[in-house]
Ligand binder design. Sequence first.
Ligand code: HEC
Length: 472
Amino acid sequence: MTATIAPKEKHHASHPVVDESPLLAAVIAEFPSAGAVLTAAKTIRQAGWTDWDVHSPFPIHGIDDVMGIRPTRLPWITLGAGAMGITVALLMQWWMNGVDYPFWISGKPFFGLPAAAPVAFELMILFAALSTIAGMLLLNGLPRFSNPLFSSEGFRRATSDRFFICISARDPMFDREVALKAFSDCHATAIDECWAPPASERKFPKALSLALMVLFTLALIPPVLIAQKRSTTTTEPRLHAISDMDFQPKFKPQRTSTLFADGRAMRPQVSGTVARGDLRADSRLFKGLEPGPKVHRTLALLQTAPATPPVARLVSAEGGPRDVAERLVALADPPPADPLDSQPWVTSFPVPVTSKTMKRGQERYNIYCATCHGLAGDGDGLVTRRALELEQGTWIKPTTFHSDNLRAQPVGRLFHSITNGVRKMPSYADLVSVEDRWAIILYVKALQQARHADAKDIPSDLIPQLRDLPKE
Ligand code: HEC
Protein backbone atom coordinates (compact mmCIF):
# COMPACT_ATOMS: atom_id res chain seq x y z
CA MET A 1 0.00 0.00 0.00
CA THR A 2 1.44 3.35 -0.96
CA ALA A 3 -0.12 6.44 0.50
CA THR A 4 1.15 9.78 -0.64
CA ILE A 5 0.09 12.84 1.24
CA ALA A 6 -0.30 15.98 -0.81
CA PRO A 7 1.84 19.00 0.09
CA LYS A 8 0.13 21.35 2.46
CA GLU A 9 -1.78 24.29 1.05
CA LYS A 10 0.44 26.89 2.63
CA HIS A 11 3.36 25.84 0.50
CA HIS A 12 1.90 27.30 -2.71
CA ALA A 13 3.64 30.09 -4.51
CA SER A 14 0.64 32.33 -3.92
CA HIS A 15 2.43 33.38 -0.73
CA PRO A 16 5.10 35.74 -1.90
CA VAL A 17 6.66 36.27 1.55
CA VAL A 18 9.02 33.34 1.83
CA ASP A 19 9.23 33.62 5.61
CA GLU A 20 5.56 32.83 6.01
CA SER A 21 5.51 29.49 4.21
CA PRO A 22 6.59 26.22 5.74
CA LEU A 23 9.55 24.68 4.00
CA LEU A 24 9.73 21.17 2.71
CA ALA A 25 12.56 19.72 4.79
CA ALA A 26 12.52 16.06 3.82
CA VAL A 27 10.51 13.24 2.30
CA ILE A 28 10.27 10.07 4.32
CA ALA A 29 9.21 6.54 3.46
CA GLU A 30 8.09 3.84 5.85
CA PHE A 31 9.14 0.19 5.58
CA PRO A 32 7.75 -2.79 7.48
CA SER A 33 10.98 -4.64 8.27
CA ALA A 34 14.73 -4.31 8.67
CA GLY A 35 15.27 -6.41 5.54
CA ALA A 36 13.02 -4.14 3.49
CA VAL A 37 14.72 -0.97 4.66
CA LEU A 38 18.13 -2.51 3.97
CA THR A 39 17.17 -3.31 0.37
CA ALA A 40 15.61 0.13 -0.08
CA ALA A 41 18.71 1.81 1.31
CA LYS A 42 20.83 0.03 -1.30
CA THR A 43 18.60 1.35 -4.08
CA ILE A 44 18.58 4.89 -2.68
CA ARG A 45 22.34 4.95 -2.48
CA GLN A 46 22.75 3.58 -5.98
CA ALA A 47 20.39 6.28 -7.26
CA GLY A 48 23.02 8.79 -6.19
CA TRP A 49 21.33 10.51 -3.25
CA THR A 50 23.83 11.83 -0.72
CA ASP A 51 21.90 13.61 2.06
CA TRP A 52 19.66 10.85 3.38
CA ASP A 53 19.34 8.73 6.49
CA VAL A 54 17.80 5.56 7.88
CA HIS A 55 15.82 5.44 11.14
CA SER A 56 15.06 2.21 12.90
CA PRO A 57 14.00 1.11 16.39
CA PHE A 58 17.16 -0.96 16.78
CA PRO A 59 20.63 -1.12 15.19
CA ILE A 60 20.60 -2.98 11.88
CA HIS A 61 23.68 -5.05 11.14
CA GLY A 62 25.45 -4.03 7.96
CA ILE A 63 23.51 -0.77 7.54
CA ASP A 64 26.69 1.32 7.75
CA ASP A 65 28.23 -0.46 4.76
CA VAL A 66 25.03 -0.28 2.76
CA MET A 67 24.70 3.45 3.44
CA GLY A 68 28.40 4.06 2.82
CA ILE A 69 28.81 5.81 6.20
CA ARG A 70 32.42 6.81 6.71
CA PRO A 71 34.00 6.04 10.10
CA THR A 72 33.48 8.88 12.54
CA ARG A 73 36.20 11.46 13.12
CA LEU A 74 35.48 11.37 16.86
CA PRO A 75 38.52 9.18 17.75
CA TRP A 76 40.81 11.85 16.35
CA ILE A 77 39.26 14.44 18.63
CA THR A 78 39.74 12.03 21.56
CA LEU A 79 43.35 11.37 20.58
CA GLY A 80 44.15 15.07 20.18
CA ALA A 81 42.53 15.99 23.50
CA GLY A 82 44.34 13.14 25.29
CA ALA A 83 47.68 14.29 23.90
CA MET A 84 46.85 17.81 24.98
CA GLY A 85 46.02 16.56 28.50
CA ILE A 86 49.43 14.89 28.77
CA THR A 87 51.21 17.98 27.49
CA VAL A 88 49.36 20.32 29.85
CA ALA A 89 50.05 18.03 32.84
CA LEU A 90 53.77 17.70 32.06
CA LEU A 91 54.23 21.43 31.43
CA MET A 92 52.28 22.28 34.59
CA GLN A 93 54.37 19.97 36.80
CA TRP A 94 57.60 21.03 35.17
CA TRP A 95 56.70 24.65 35.83
CA MET A 96 55.52 24.09 39.41
CA ASN A 97 58.21 21.69 40.65
CA GLY A 98 61.12 22.67 38.46
CA VAL A 99 60.78 26.41 37.94
CA ASP A 100 58.29 28.16 40.18
CA TYR A 101 58.89 26.27 43.45
CA PRO A 102 61.77 23.82 42.91
CA PHE A 103 61.85 20.83 45.23
CA TRP A 104 65.36 20.29 46.52
CA ILE A 105 65.30 16.65 47.57
CA SER A 106 68.44 14.56 47.99
CA GLY A 107 69.96 14.52 44.55
CA LYS A 108 66.68 14.00 42.73
CA PRO A 109 66.14 15.97 39.53
CA PHE A 110 63.68 18.85 39.85
CA PHE A 111 61.49 17.37 37.16
CA GLY A 112 61.25 13.64 36.57
CA LEU A 113 58.99 11.83 34.12
CA PRO A 114 58.12 8.90 36.44
CA ALA A 115 56.92 11.23 39.18
CA ALA A 116 54.89 13.26 36.70
CA ALA A 117 53.21 10.23 35.14
CA PRO A 118 50.16 9.87 37.44
CA VAL A 119 48.97 13.43 36.92
CA ALA A 120 49.66 13.22 33.18
CA PHE A 121 47.62 10.01 33.04
CA GLU A 122 44.69 11.57 34.91
CA LEU A 123 44.61 14.72 32.80
CA MET A 124 44.86 12.68 29.61
CA ILE A 125 41.71 10.78 30.61
CA LEU A 126 39.90 13.89 31.79
CA PHE A 127 40.61 15.86 28.61
CA ALA A 128 39.88 12.89 26.34
CA ALA A 129 36.59 12.02 28.06
CA LEU A 130 35.23 15.56 28.15
CA SER A 131 36.12 16.33 24.55
CA THR A 132 34.70 13.02 23.37
CA ILE A 133 31.33 14.05 24.79
CA ALA A 134 31.63 17.61 23.47
CA GLY A 135 32.89 16.35 20.08
CA MET A 136 30.03 13.86 19.81
CA LEU A 137 27.47 16.61 20.40
CA LEU A 138 29.25 18.94 17.98
CA LEU A 139 29.60 16.40 15.15
CA ASN A 140 25.93 15.43 15.54
CA GLY A 141 24.80 19.05 15.46
CA LEU A 142 23.32 18.76 18.96
CA PRO A 143 21.67 20.02 21.04
CA ARG A 144 18.71 20.62 18.75
CA PHE A 145 15.27 21.51 20.04
CA SER A 146 13.22 20.26 17.14
CA ASN A 147 13.54 18.28 13.97
CA PRO A 148 11.23 18.56 10.93
CA LEU A 149 10.93 14.77 10.93
CA PHE A 150 8.75 15.07 14.02
CA SER A 151 6.09 16.84 11.93
CA SER A 152 5.19 13.46 10.47
CA GLU A 153 2.72 11.56 12.64
CA GLY A 154 3.74 8.20 11.21
CA PHE A 155 7.41 8.79 11.95
CA ARG A 156 6.77 8.28 15.67
CA ARG A 157 6.74 4.55 15.06
CA ALA A 158 10.46 4.79 14.28
CA THR A 159 10.99 4.12 17.97
CA SER A 160 8.74 1.05 18.15
CA ASP A 161 8.12 -1.09 15.05
CA ARG A 162 8.67 0.76 11.78
CA PHE A 163 11.69 1.54 9.63
CA PHE A 164 12.16 4.82 7.77
CA ILE A 165 14.34 6.35 5.11
CA CYS A 166 14.34 10.13 4.76
CA ILE A 167 15.84 12.16 1.94
CA SER A 168 16.69 15.66 3.05
CA ALA A 169 15.73 18.67 0.97
CA ARG A 170 19.35 19.80 1.33
CA ASP A 171 20.47 17.00 -1.00
CA PRO A 172 21.97 18.73 -4.09
CA MET A 173 19.86 16.65 -6.49
CA PHE A 174 16.70 17.03 -4.40
CA ASP A 175 13.47 17.24 -6.26
CA ARG A 176 10.20 16.42 -4.57
CA GLU A 177 8.73 14.41 -7.43
CA VAL A 178 11.92 12.44 -8.05
CA ALA A 179 12.27 11.61 -4.35
CA LEU A 180 8.65 10.45 -4.05
CA LYS A 181 9.08 8.33 -7.17
CA ALA A 182 12.28 6.79 -5.81
CA PHE A 183 10.43 5.74 -2.65
CA SER A 184 7.44 4.22 -4.41
CA ASP A 185 9.90 2.26 -6.59
CA CYS A 186 11.36 0.83 -3.37
CA HIS A 187 7.92 -0.46 -2.29
CA ALA A 188 7.58 1.81 0.71
CA THR A 189 4.44 1.13 2.73
CA ALA A 190 3.85 4.84 3.33
CA ILE A 191 5.41 8.07 2.13
CA ASP A 192 5.20 11.40 3.90
CA GLU A 193 6.63 14.89 3.71
CA CYS A 194 8.20 16.69 6.60
CA TRP A 195 7.77 20.42 6.88
CA ALA A 196 9.90 22.83 8.78
CA PRO A 197 7.67 25.52 10.30
CA PRO A 198 7.83 28.95 8.60
CA ALA A 199 10.65 31.19 9.71
CA SER A 200 8.22 33.39 11.65
CA GLU A 201 7.21 30.40 13.78
CA ARG A 202 10.75 29.25 14.21
CA LYS A 203 11.46 32.25 16.39
CA PHE A 204 12.39 31.65 19.98
CA PRO A 205 9.15 31.46 22.01
CA LYS A 206 8.44 34.76 23.78
CA ALA A 207 7.50 33.14 27.07
CA LEU A 208 10.67 31.13 27.11
CA SER A 209 12.93 34.10 26.45
CA LEU A 210 11.11 36.01 29.18
CA ALA A 211 11.62 33.14 31.63
CA LEU A 212 15.29 32.95 30.71
CA MET A 213 15.72 36.68 31.24
CA VAL A 214 14.13 36.45 34.68
CA LEU A 215 16.33 33.46 35.56
CA PHE A 216 19.45 35.29 34.39
CA THR A 217 18.55 38.35 36.47
CA LEU A 218 17.91 36.18 39.53
CA ALA A 219 21.23 34.40 38.99
CA LEU A 220 22.99 37.77 39.24
CA ILE A 221 21.75 38.34 42.78
CA PRO A 222 24.07 35.91 44.67
CA PRO A 223 27.31 37.21 43.10
CA VAL A 224 26.18 40.80 43.69
CA LEU A 225 25.43 39.98 47.34
CA ILE A 226 28.80 38.25 47.71
CA ALA A 227 30.62 41.20 46.14
CA GLN A 228 28.76 43.57 48.45
CA LYS A 229 29.63 41.52 51.54
CA ARG A 230 33.26 41.25 50.52
CA SER A 231 33.70 44.98 50.03
CA THR A 232 31.92 46.21 53.17
CA THR A 233 32.60 45.72 56.85
CA THR A 234 30.18 44.61 59.51
CA THR A 235 30.26 43.89 63.22
CA GLU A 236 28.08 40.80 62.74
CA PRO A 237 29.84 37.42 62.58
CA ARG A 238 29.97 35.76 59.17
CA LEU A 239 27.14 33.59 57.90
CA HIS A 240 28.31 30.04 58.25
CA ALA A 241 25.99 27.07 57.80
CA ILE A 242 28.10 24.61 59.77
CA SER A 243 29.97 26.28 62.59
CA ASP A 244 33.15 24.26 62.56
CA MET A 245 36.53 25.78 63.30
CA ASP A 246 37.07 27.43 59.90
CA PHE A 247 36.94 30.92 61.24
CA GLN A 248 38.81 30.61 64.49
CA PRO A 249 41.60 33.12 64.89
CA LYS A 250 44.73 31.12 64.12
CA PHE A 251 47.91 31.10 62.10
CA LYS A 252 48.50 28.52 59.44
CA PRO A 253 51.96 26.91 59.12
CA GLN A 254 54.73 29.00 57.57
CA ARG A 255 52.79 32.27 57.68
CA THR A 256 53.99 35.59 59.00
CA SER A 257 52.78 37.43 62.05
CA THR A 258 53.36 40.99 63.15
CA LEU A 259 53.03 39.95 66.78
CA PHE A 260 56.66 38.81 67.11
CA ALA A 261 59.79 40.74 66.29
CA ASP A 262 61.12 38.08 63.93
CA GLY A 263 57.83 37.99 61.99
CA ARG A 264 57.40 34.22 62.29
CA ALA A 265 53.99 32.84 63.18
CA MET A 266 55.48 29.41 63.91
CA ARG A 267 57.26 29.82 67.23
CA PRO A 268 60.35 27.91 68.27
CA GLN A 269 60.19 26.27 71.65
CA VAL A 270 60.74 28.75 74.45
CA SER A 271 64.19 28.03 75.83
CA GLY A 272 64.24 26.52 79.29
CA THR A 273 60.77 24.99 78.89
CA VAL A 274 59.80 21.39 78.36
CA ALA A 275 56.80 20.33 76.33
CA ARG A 276 54.46 17.81 77.92
CA GLY A 277 55.89 14.29 77.62
CA ASP A 278 59.21 15.66 76.38
CA LEU A 279 61.12 15.59 79.66
CA ARG A 280 64.13 13.61 78.64
CA ALA A 281 66.01 13.51 81.85
CA ASP A 282 68.28 10.58 80.99
CA SER A 283 71.10 12.46 79.32
CA ARG A 284 72.97 9.29 78.34
CA LEU A 285 69.99 7.85 76.49
CA PHE A 286 68.55 11.00 74.95
CA LYS A 287 71.68 13.07 74.32
CA GLY A 288 74.54 10.60 74.26
CA LEU A 289 76.25 12.72 76.90
CA GLU A 290 77.47 11.82 80.35
CA PRO A 291 75.42 13.82 82.85
CA GLY A 292 77.25 16.84 84.21
CA PRO A 293 77.44 20.63 84.09
CA LYS A 294 78.74 20.68 80.50
CA VAL A 295 75.53 19.18 79.20
CA HIS A 296 73.66 22.42 79.60
CA ARG A 297 76.12 24.26 77.41
CA THR A 298 76.05 21.84 74.51
CA LEU A 299 73.15 23.37 72.68
CA ALA A 300 74.52 26.90 72.93
CA LEU A 301 77.95 25.72 71.74
CA LEU A 302 76.46 23.97 68.76
CA GLN A 303 74.51 27.00 67.75
CA THR A 304 77.53 29.31 67.77
CA ALA A 305 79.89 26.90 65.96
CA PRO A 306 80.60 28.00 62.38
CA ALA A 307 79.14 25.61 59.82
CA THR A 308 82.46 25.26 57.99
CA PRO A 309 85.85 26.31 59.41
CA PRO A 310 87.64 28.90 57.18
CA VAL A 311 90.33 26.47 56.03
CA ALA A 312 87.78 23.94 54.88
CA ARG A 313 86.01 26.73 53.06
CA LEU A 314 89.20 27.75 51.27
CA VAL A 315 90.07 24.24 50.28
CA SER A 316 86.62 23.39 49.07
CA ALA A 317 85.96 26.66 47.26
CA GLU A 318 86.14 26.28 43.49
CA GLY A 319 86.57 28.98 40.86
CA GLY A 320 89.27 31.30 39.52
CA PRO A 321 92.64 31.96 41.18
CA ARG A 322 92.31 33.72 44.46
CA ASP A 323 94.41 36.36 46.03
CA VAL A 324 97.47 34.65 47.51
CA ALA A 325 97.65 37.03 50.44
CA GLU A 326 94.08 36.27 51.31
CA ARG A 327 94.84 32.57 51.27
CA LEU A 328 97.82 33.00 53.54
CA VAL A 329 95.85 35.10 55.99
CA ALA A 330 93.13 32.49 56.04
CA LEU A 331 95.65 29.69 56.49
CA ALA A 332 97.45 31.59 59.23
CA ASP A 333 94.21 31.54 61.24
CA PRO A 334 94.28 28.32 63.18
CA PRO A 335 91.03 26.42 62.59
CA PRO A 336 88.77 26.97 65.59
CA ALA A 337 88.57 23.90 67.74
CA ASP A 338 85.41 21.89 67.05
CA PRO A 339 83.33 22.26 70.23
CA LEU A 340 81.97 18.76 69.56
CA ASP A 341 85.44 17.29 70.18
CA SER A 342 85.41 18.25 73.85
CA GLN A 343 81.97 16.99 74.89
CA PRO A 344 81.62 14.23 77.49
CA TRP A 345 80.21 11.73 74.98
CA VAL A 346 79.13 8.39 76.34
CA THR A 347 81.40 5.56 75.23
CA SER A 348 79.13 2.65 76.14
CA PHE A 349 75.59 1.89 75.02
CA PRO A 350 72.76 3.16 77.25
CA VAL A 351 70.56 0.38 75.80
CA PRO A 352 70.98 -3.38 76.19
CA VAL A 353 73.47 -4.75 73.67
CA THR A 354 71.77 -7.90 72.45
CA SER A 355 71.56 -9.73 69.16
CA LYS A 356 67.97 -8.50 68.95
CA THR A 357 69.15 -4.89 69.10
CA MET A 358 71.79 -5.70 66.48
CA LYS A 359 69.19 -7.21 64.13
CA ARG A 360 66.93 -4.20 64.62
CA GLY A 361 69.86 -1.88 63.98
CA GLN A 362 70.75 -3.67 60.76
CA GLU A 363 67.19 -3.47 59.54
CA ARG A 364 66.83 0.24 60.39
CA TYR A 365 70.28 1.01 58.97
CA ASN A 366 69.39 -0.63 55.67
CA ILE A 367 66.21 1.44 55.51
CA TYR A 368 67.40 4.85 56.64
CA CYS A 369 71.15 5.07 56.12
CA ALA A 370 72.22 2.61 53.42
CA THR A 371 70.60 4.68 50.67
CA CYS A 372 73.37 7.25 51.08
CA HIS A 373 76.06 5.58 53.16
CA GLY A 374 75.99 2.21 51.36
CA LEU A 375 75.19 -1.22 52.76
CA ALA A 376 78.73 -1.59 54.14
CA GLY A 377 79.11 2.04 55.20
CA ASP A 378 81.57 3.15 52.50
CA GLY A 379 79.52 6.20 51.53
CA ASP A 380 78.49 4.67 48.21
CA GLY A 381 74.72 4.13 48.57
CA LEU A 382 72.36 4.13 45.60
CA VAL A 383 71.33 7.76 46.09
CA THR A 384 74.98 8.76 46.22
CA ARG A 385 75.84 6.84 43.07
CA ARG A 386 72.88 8.32 41.24
CA ALA A 387 73.72 11.84 42.40
CA LEU A 388 77.35 11.48 41.28
CA GLU A 389 76.15 10.17 37.93
CA LEU A 390 73.95 13.23 37.44
CA GLU A 391 76.99 15.47 38.05
CA GLN A 392 74.94 18.38 39.31
CA GLY A 393 77.88 19.38 41.47
CA THR A 394 75.74 19.94 44.56
CA TRP A 395 76.09 16.50 46.12
CA ILE A 396 78.27 16.06 49.17
CA LYS A 397 79.56 12.50 49.40
CA PRO A 398 78.45 10.85 52.65
CA THR A 399 81.27 10.16 55.07
CA THR A 400 82.65 6.62 55.07
CA PHE A 401 82.29 4.95 58.45
CA HIS A 402 85.70 3.29 58.10
CA SER A 403 87.93 6.36 58.48
CA ASP A 404 90.14 6.51 61.59
CA ASN A 405 88.21 9.56 62.73
CA LEU A 406 84.82 7.87 62.66
CA ARG A 407 86.14 4.63 64.10
CA ALA A 408 87.45 6.58 67.04
CA GLN A 409 84.26 8.56 67.62
CA PRO A 410 82.49 7.67 70.86
CA VAL A 411 79.01 6.22 70.37
CA GLY A 412 77.51 9.28 72.05
CA ARG A 413 78.83 11.48 69.28
CA LEU A 414 77.44 9.20 66.58
CA PHE A 415 74.10 9.46 68.38
CA HIS A 416 74.41 13.22 68.30
CA SER A 417 75.10 13.13 64.53
CA ILE A 418 71.94 11.14 63.77
CA THR A 419 69.84 13.17 66.18
CA ASN A 420 70.92 16.65 65.14
CA GLY A 421 72.41 16.07 61.69
CA VAL A 422 76.00 16.80 60.69
CA ARG A 423 76.87 19.65 58.31
CA LYS A 424 75.05 18.63 55.10
CA MET A 425 73.35 15.59 56.58
CA PRO A 426 69.93 16.34 58.01
CA SER A 427 68.67 15.14 61.36
CA TYR A 428 67.00 11.74 61.41
CA ALA A 429 65.37 12.28 64.79
CA ASP A 430 61.91 12.57 63.23
CA LEU A 431 62.21 9.26 61.40
CA VAL A 432 64.20 7.10 63.77
CA SER A 433 63.22 6.67 67.42
CA VAL A 434 65.81 7.07 70.18
CA GLU A 435 66.09 3.32 70.77
CA ASP A 436 66.40 2.65 67.04
CA ARG A 437 69.15 5.26 66.77
CA TRP A 438 71.18 3.38 69.36
CA ALA A 439 70.46 0.11 67.55
CA ILE A 440 71.71 1.64 64.29
CA ILE A 441 74.89 2.80 66.02
CA LEU A 442 75.43 -0.71 67.33
CA TYR A 443 75.21 -1.98 63.78
CA VAL A 444 77.53 0.76 62.47
CA LYS A 445 80.05 -0.27 65.11
CA ALA A 446 79.70 -3.87 63.92
CA LEU A 447 80.31 -2.75 60.32
CA GLN A 448 83.45 -0.92 61.43
CA GLN A 449 84.73 -3.87 63.37
CA ALA A 450 84.01 -6.29 60.54
CA ARG A 451 86.08 -4.19 58.13
CA HIS A 452 89.13 -4.42 60.35
CA ALA A 453 88.56 -7.98 61.49
CA ASP A 454 91.44 -10.38 61.91
CA ALA A 455 91.51 -14.13 61.36
CA LYS A 456 91.47 -14.61 65.11
CA ASP A 457 88.17 -12.65 65.36
CA ILE A 458 86.36 -15.41 63.51
CA PRO A 459 84.54 -17.77 65.88
CA SER A 460 86.39 -21.09 65.80
CA ASP A 461 83.27 -23.08 64.91
CA LEU A 462 82.87 -21.04 61.70
CA ILE A 463 86.43 -21.58 60.43
CA PRO A 464 85.79 -25.01 58.85
CA GLN A 465 82.94 -23.52 56.82
CA LEU A 466 85.15 -20.67 55.57
CA ARG A 467 87.76 -23.19 54.38
CA ASP A 468 85.13 -24.72 52.11
CA LEU A 469 84.37 -21.40 50.39
CA PRO A 470 85.60 -21.31 46.78
CA LYS A 471 88.74 -19.18 46.31
CA GLU A 472 88.27 -15.98 44.26
C1 HEC B 1 70.49 11.62 52.29
C2 HEC B 1 71.74 10.94 52.45
C3 HEC B 1 72.13 10.47 53.84
C4 HEC B 1 71.44 9.62 54.66
C5 HEC B 1 70.12 8.92 54.37
C6 HEC B 1 72.23 9.47 55.82
N1 HEC B 1 73.37 10.22 55.74
FE1 HEC B 1 74.86 10.32 57.12
N2 HEC B 1 75.84 11.65 55.95
C7 HEC B 1 75.42 12.06 54.72
C8 HEC B 1 76.35 13.05 54.23
C9 HEC B 1 76.21 13.77 52.90
C10 HEC B 1 77.34 13.20 55.21
C11 HEC B 1 78.52 14.14 55.17
C12 HEC B 1 78.03 15.51 55.53
C13 HEC B 1 79.05 16.59 55.31
O1 HEC B 1 80.24 16.28 55.33
O2 HEC B 1 78.60 17.71 55.12
C14 HEC B 1 77.00 12.29 56.27
C15 HEC B 1 77.73 12.12 57.42
C16 HEC B 1 77.47 11.20 58.39
C17 HEC B 1 78.30 10.93 59.54
C18 HEC B 1 79.62 11.58 59.81
C19 HEC B 1 79.60 12.47 61.00
C20 HEC B 1 80.94 13.10 61.24
O3 HEC B 1 81.20 13.33 62.40
O4 HEC B 1 81.66 13.33 60.28
C21 HEC B 1 77.68 9.96 60.26
C22 HEC B 1 78.15 9.33 61.56
C23 HEC B 1 76.47 9.63 59.58
N3 HEC B 1 76.37 10.40 58.45
C24 HEC B 1 75.58 8.67 60.01
C25 HEC B 1 74.37 8.39 59.38
C26 HEC B 1 73.41 7.46 59.89
C27 HEC B 1 73.59 6.61 61.13
C28 HEC B 1 72.37 7.47 59.02
C29 HEC B 1 71.08 6.68 59.13
C30 HEC B 1 70.24 7.04 60.23
C31 HEC B 1 72.69 8.42 57.97
N4 HEC B 1 73.91 8.95 58.23
C32 HEC B 1 71.86 8.68 56.91
C33 HEC B 1 74.30 11.69 54.04
C34 HEC B 1 73.33 10.85 54.53
